[in-house]
Design a protein around this ligand. Structure first.
Ligand code: NAP
Length: 309
């Protein structure tokens, strides 16, 4: 049966106030693959950036099932796709299908950005650059600092790589799954090009490590809907966190999370995950089009898509 097409913006009709992108024979294709991908905020963010740069490109979401990953990439090569983002569940699975992965992608063990160059697919990981963007904007010297990372999943790996790039002296990863903690530590052992010693701590020991944190990062979903009042830090433990600690949440919606609200109430500097999401997209676009991404435009597009703009 033929698929029905619906208008996701019923308040908008085909009138002059609806912006219509001009797609021509010259238009180049960018996109994102994932399963699912319909929820992705990258299309509005990237298409606003493309429009601001005046580029003849369009960025399209492609739902791709795992068993179709290789076929999708072969098809992208055949039709001249310039590059694409990769999201869950393909970030690891795509690596053996690429001709070259950057050191940062190998360090994290995941690719989120792919581009075509000289007939080859190249992959990198811009989540690290995204994580670093708001920290570098602070102009604080993180050399020798202690980072305490809460969670040991996919984002935690990008954060560990980022903390290494910052020059952190200690990286403590706190997680509830001993197997996942061990896997993360193994990932950062040689031959990882960014090998890094990591201290592993069980979730029950979290409170003991708060007093040593210069940078405290939530890499868990605690605080996201539907449990928006959840936080990885118990209210009674905030006094343990030194006043100079920067408290970072990778969550970008809701914002601020309960974790960040509690931290701010204790006078701590807070960063939410919005700049990280914009930063990873900006680094990807720069890679594809070879010019600086319009970060303010992307941030505004993201806030609008999140209903905060
Ligand atoms: P993931 O691979 O599923 O890892 C989640 C981690 O959180 C795991 O270590 C998990 O522990 C832990 N966790 C989950 N619930 C917990 C709980 N109740 N108590 C303690 N630990 C818990 O997910 P991910 O891809 O790393 O994403 C994590 C978060 O990062 C997401 O929720 C998202 O908000 C954020 N994120 C932000 C950006 C950005 O650009 N700002 C990008 C991607 C993701 P177990 O292994 O024991 O389950």
């Amino acid at each position: 049966m033929q698929q029905k097409f619906t208008n996701p913006h019923p308040s908008q009709t085909a009138s002059a106030d609806v912006a219509v992108r001009s797609i021509a024979g010259t238009t180049r294709l960018l996109g994102i693959i994932g399963d699912p991908v319909a929820h992705s905020l990258s299309p509005p963010m990237q298409n606003q950036a493309i429009a601001a740069l005046g580029l003849d490109c369009v960025y399209v979401p492609f739902p791709v099932r795992g068993e179709h990953l290789a076929a999708a990439i072969a098809g992208f090569a055949a039709v001249g796709v310039v590059g694409f983002n990769v999201t869950i569940p393909h970030k690891q699975a795509i690596m053996p299908l690429l001709d070259h992965c950057t050191d940062v992608a190998q360090a994290v063990g995941a690719v989120n950005t792919v581009w075509r160059e000289a007939g080859c697919w190249h992959g990198t990981n811009t989540d690290v650059a995204g994580f670093l963007a708001p920290l570098q904007a602070q102009a604080r010297d993180w050399t020798g600092a202690t980072a305490v990372v809460l969670g040991s999943g996919g984002v935690a790996r990008a954060i560990v790589a980022g903390c290494r790039q910052l020059g952190c002296g200690r990286i403590v990863v706190v997680g509830r799954s001993p197997a996942k903690l061990a896997a993360l530590a193994t990932q950062f052992q040689p031959p990882n090009p960014w090998a890094q010693a990591i201290e592993l701590q069980p979730w029950e020991a979290l409170a003991e490590h708060l007093s040593s944190a210069d940078l405290l990062i939530n890499a868990t979903p605690l605080g996201m809907a539907p449990h928006i009042e959840a936080s990885p830090i118990a209210p009674t433990d905030w006094p343990r966190v030194p006043p100079s600690t920067v408290v970072y949440d990778t969550i970008y919606t809701p914002s601020p999370t309960r974790y960040l609200r509690d931290a701010a109430a204790h006078g701590l500097t807070i960063l939410d995950g919005t700049a990280m999401l914009v930063g990873q997209g900006a680094a990807a676009l720069t890679q594809w089009v070879g010019q600086p991404a319009p970060i303010a435009v992307m941030a505004q597009a993201l806030l609008t898509a999140l209903g905060r703009g």
